[in-house]
Structure formats: C-alpha cells, structure tokens
Design a protein around this ligand. Structure first.
Ligand code: SAM
Length: 288
C-alpha cells in the first residue's frame, strides 16, 4: 500500500473525499515520509506499545504507528475525517479511532482499560492552537506516560527546553522540565506540510521522569507561584506574587521566604530555577 504521507497519495485522498481543510482545527497534514520516519524512530515505538495519537488527520502517521506498535488509539475531533480514516486505515486491525475532542477524553481510563494502567506512548503532529493544554493536561492528570513525541511550533519547542536567563523561559519550561526530559529531535520547515503553516515546526520528545528532579511539599502551590511570577514577567517576584488573584499570601511572608533563599527582594521570577521555585514554595508553605 502506498504511504499516505506521499504527497501524491495525500492529494488523491483529499480529492476523493473533496476534503476542505478546517483552519479552526489546526489542520496541517504531514507530506514528508522522511519526517514521519524520524518521528517514529524518535518515539521508539515497539510491538509491545500502546500508542495514543492526537489528531490523526487522514491517517498519515497512524499508518506508521499501526505497523510498528501493538495498538493505536487515535482521537480526532473533525467528524468529516472519520469516514476517510475508516477507508485509509481499513487494512489495520490494531487501530481504534474515536471522534472526540482530546481535551474531553478520559485518557487515564483508556490507559487503564487498554494497557492495564502501564505507561503509554503519545505520538502526534499536534494541532498548534491547543499544544499547551494538551501537554499540561497529560502531565497534570497523572496519566501513566512513558514519553510524548510530538510536532509543535518551533518556538514552543524552544520554550519547553530552555532554562533561566533566556526570553523563552517561562511557566511552560518549568512545568515540562518538572515532569519530563525534553529533547528536540528535528526542526521541520513549512514545506513538509499541506497546507503550509506560517511558522516553523519542531519535533520534541518529552521522556517522563521516573521521579521529578526536585522535591516540593505542595506541588500545586509551586505551580501557582510559577504561573503568578510569569504572568507579570516584568515585575519583581514580590509584586508578581503579591498581585496574583490565584494566591493570597501576605507580603511579609513573600519577602521573608525570598530572603530565606538568599535572594534579594527585588529579584525577578524569571531568574529562578525549578529548584528555587520548589524551595520558595516550601518556605511559603512553612510560614502559612
Ligand atoms: N496527524 C495528521 C498528520 O500529521 O498529517 C494531522 C495533523 S494536524 C496538524 C492536527 C489534527 O488534529 C487534525 O486532524 C485536526 O482535525 C485534529 N484536531 C484538532 N483539534 C483537535 C482536538 N481538540 N481533539 C482531537 N483532534 C483535534
């Protein structure tokens, strides 16, 4: 069977079904078999694996996943793609397609029912408009995950892997690095997609840490502190935390806690490492 990622085959399928791309669903289909092979290799999918794919489109990547894994569960929001997927994936008996919004799917339940609660692999060419909620949702809901190998906007991939002192450093960098080890697999130019996106893309692999690299007593408080300090990036950390509607910490407690870390009260949140946010969270927790 011809690979769907071959541009001629993609066009043939699109024409057969007179499919019109829906911009609102972030539809940019991959039409480069080398990129597809690279994603599959990076994801290290084996015949033992249960793979969750988000947004299969016409099944381009699903086809590779079906050939290399034990089982694929693909969640696609666009109902117009469902009959197409039934056709293009008809020869695979290890693929399930669910017509649903991924943000509404109980992935824990699926991992439990289909993979006995063992860690799953997530592989996707993500719809860029919901990259952050998808990735944070997977981590925060404590879905058993081995790794997430995904195509994202290049700028977002950069944000996930940088440390303090760079303009891209922010809440997403800290959250991703708390849960996983990020590694940029490849940069992918717009001409590898149909239609071409206006931005550069990158494949990033996030390998779940067995244990987080820092220990913190109250994980939820640490993430509230992180969000508050980057919401008001140009303010000092004291003001950022003091002004946040998500927190209700007396200003003296904030100042004392920052000083307990050996930092100046005029420090900005964007200079703190994950370790320092964890310590700050513990200091605040002890004073409340
Ligand atoms: N995997 C295909 C490929 O690589 O050619 C398509 C990737 S395209 C960038 C993103 C896909 O995600 C589209 O098929 C789109 O319809 C789907 N999608 C968008 N929002 C979604 C959501 N909330 N839940 C599930 N799928 C979604």
């Amino acid at each position: 069977m011809a690979y769907l990622g071959d541009p001629k085959k993609t066009i043939e399928v699109l024409q057969k079904y007179q499919f019109n791309f829906a911009k609102k669903f972030g539809q940019n289909f991959l039409i480069d078999t080398h990129v597809l092979e690279k994603i599959i290799r990076a994801a290290q999918v084996t015949k033992d694996d249960f793979v969750l794919e988000i947004g299969p489109g016409i099944g381009t990547m699903t086809q590779y996943l079906a050939e290399n894994s034990r089982e694929v569960f693909a969640v696609e929001i666009d109902e117009k793609l469902i009959p197409i997927l039934q056709d293009t994936l008809s020869e695979y008996d290890n693929v399930t397609v669910l017509n649903q919004d991924i943000l509404k799917v109980d992935i824990n339940k699926i991992a439990m029912e289909r993979n006995g609660g063992k860690p799953i692999k997530v592989v996707a060419n993500l719809p860029y408009y919901i990259t952050t909620p998808i990735i944070m949702g997977l981590f925060e809901s404590h879905v058993p995950i081995d790794s997430i190998t995904v195509m994202v906007q290049k700028e977002v991939a950069d944000r996930m892997q940088v440390g303090p002192g760079t303009k891209d450093y922010g809440a997403l960098s800290l959250a991703v690095q708390y849960y996983a080890e990020p590694y940029i697999v490849a940069n992918v130019p717009p001409n590898c997609f149909m239609p071409r996106p206006n931005v550069g893309s990158a494949v990033i692999k996030l390998t779940r840490h067995e244990n987080p690299p820092v220990t913190v007593e109250n994980e939820a408080l640490m993430f509230r502190l992180i969000r508050a300090s980057f919401n008001q990036r140009r303010k000092t950390l004291v003001n950022g935390l003091n002004n946040s509607s998500e927190l209700n910490i007396p200003k003296e407690v904030i100042i004392q806690s920052i000083e307990a870390l050996g930092l100046s009260p005029t420090v900005r949140g964007e200079t703190l490492t994950l370790q320092q946010f964890a310590q700050l969270s513990d200091e605040i927790e002890h004073r409340m």
